[in-house]
Write a protein that binds this ligand. Structure first.
Ligand code: PLP
Length: 380
């Protein structure tokens, strides 16, 4: 089936008892059993829930994997991948301006359990290869990276490290499977914060993992049940409902994202725009090859903290908020908000300056978004 058909139908046949076209919210903690050892495949809702299972089947198809797993947040999903695939003594190479919460989980939680992490500029495949150790078991990539929109070449990295039995995990939150399908490029695990584009309506927190190998699927199913950080039936249902419109939303985010990037590039008060869809983006060619669109995430630099504050506090349609990927436009200040947990020297090195403003461009009327940015920049 085509992608636009799969977002609506994959994993969601009409409910057999009534024919309901929407998967019901099975809000139950347990299931009646017919006799000892005789049941319908459902024993306890941490282990199995039909609403969650429908979402998991759906995302597995969208990313092209063999199985999907839904968790209570994107961070819970990432944590499950690490505990399912790694053990004390293992080493992980990470793309260096990955989401601040991921960095915090790795550095301030998982290092206490004997895992070691190295952060490299993964836009240069050679740096990933150079960082490998005999104990490296995983390469963890985010592309494009948040917030300066740097890419890494998923196919080249997978080709270089997969033959050594190293897992390649891609956080595909920013692009969604509509614009980027890492498993088709050679990665073997994809994670998402469904809180963002997959759900798309800023009304649920969740995460998913999609895998390509049955052994990894079995291990993740075990960890999902053993640690229990499952997505609730209500959130699974909301996320499924959101995914049904993924195609039309992503097309609208992309069109508005391109228009906002072009507008900011021409604006005299904007020093720099970070958007992979602009021809001057250093990795525009890779972006055009690896992704089928450029999406609605971008960042721009207005010089210093005071200027960023003025712009952010003058915006009226763009709301000042963390998070991204919803239908409404949001603006944030990475240095003091999303990336506050990254040490200042590291932030400086990554280009996360005090004057940097990040936008999650929503799907409102583009004329309103441009007028809002225009009046906010006029405050400078
Ligand atoms: C790229 C990326 N990955 C993972 C996460 C974590 O997801 P959650 O907030 O759902 O735990 C985020 C959150 O902002 C993110 O931007």
């Amino acid at each position: 089936m085509g992608f636009a058909t799969d977002v609506i139908h994959a994993g969601q046949p009409p409910e057999p008892a009534t024919g309901a076209v929407a998967v019901p919210i099975y809000q139950t903690s347990t299931y009646v059993q017919e006799g000892l050892g005789r049941h319908k495949g459902y024993e306890y809702a941490r282990t199995h829930n039909p609403t969650r299972a429908a979402l998991e089947a759906n995302v597995a198809v969208l990313e092209g994997g063999v199985a999907g797993f839904a968790f209570a947040s994107g961070m819970a999903a990432i944590h499950a991948v690490m505990t399912a695939c790694l053990k004390a003594g293992d080493h992980v190479v990470v793309s260096d301006n990955t989401y601040g919460g991921t960095y915090r989980l790795f550095e301030r939680v998982l290092t206490d359990f004997g895992l070691a992490f190295d952060y490299v500029d993964a836009s240069d495949t050679e740096q990933v290869v150079a960082a490998l150790r005999p104990t490296t078991r995983m390469v963890f990539l985010e592309t494009p990276t948040n917030p300066v929109m740097r890419l890494c070449d998923i196919a080249a990295i997978a080709q270089a490290v997969r033959p050594q039995g190293i897992h390649v995990v891609v956080d595909n939150t920013f692009m969604s499977p509509y614009f980027q399908r890492p498993l088709t490029l050679g990665a073997n695990i994809v994670v998402h914060s469904t809180t963002k584009y997959l759900n798309g309506h800023s009304d649920s927190v969740g995460g998913v993992v999609i895998v390509t190998e049955p052994e990894v699927a079995a291990r993740l199913a075990f960890v999902q049940n053993a640690a229990g950080a499952i997505l609730s039936p209500m959130d699974a249902w909301l996320t499924m409902r959101g995914i049904k419109t993924l195609v039309v939303r992503m097309q609208a985010h992309d069109a508005n994202g391109r228009a906002v990037a072009r507008f900011l590039r021409e604006h005299p008060r904007v020093a720099r725009v970070y958007y992979p869809g602009l021809p001057e983006h250093p990795q525009h060619a890779l972006a055009a090859r690896q992704m089928t669109g450029f999406g609605g995430m971008l960042a721009f630099d207005v010089g210093d903290l005071e200027a960023a504050r003025r712009v952010l506090e003058s915006l009226k349609v763009f709301a000042l908020a963390e998070s991204l990927g919803g239908v409404e436009s949001l603006a944030c200040h990475p240095a003091t908000m999303t990336h506050a947990s990254v040490p200042p020297a590291e932030r400086q090195r990554l280009g996360i300056t005090e004057g940097l403003v990040r936008l999650s461009v929503g799907i409102e009327d583009i004329a309103d978004l441009l007028a809002d940015l225009d009046q906010a920049l006029a405050s400078l």
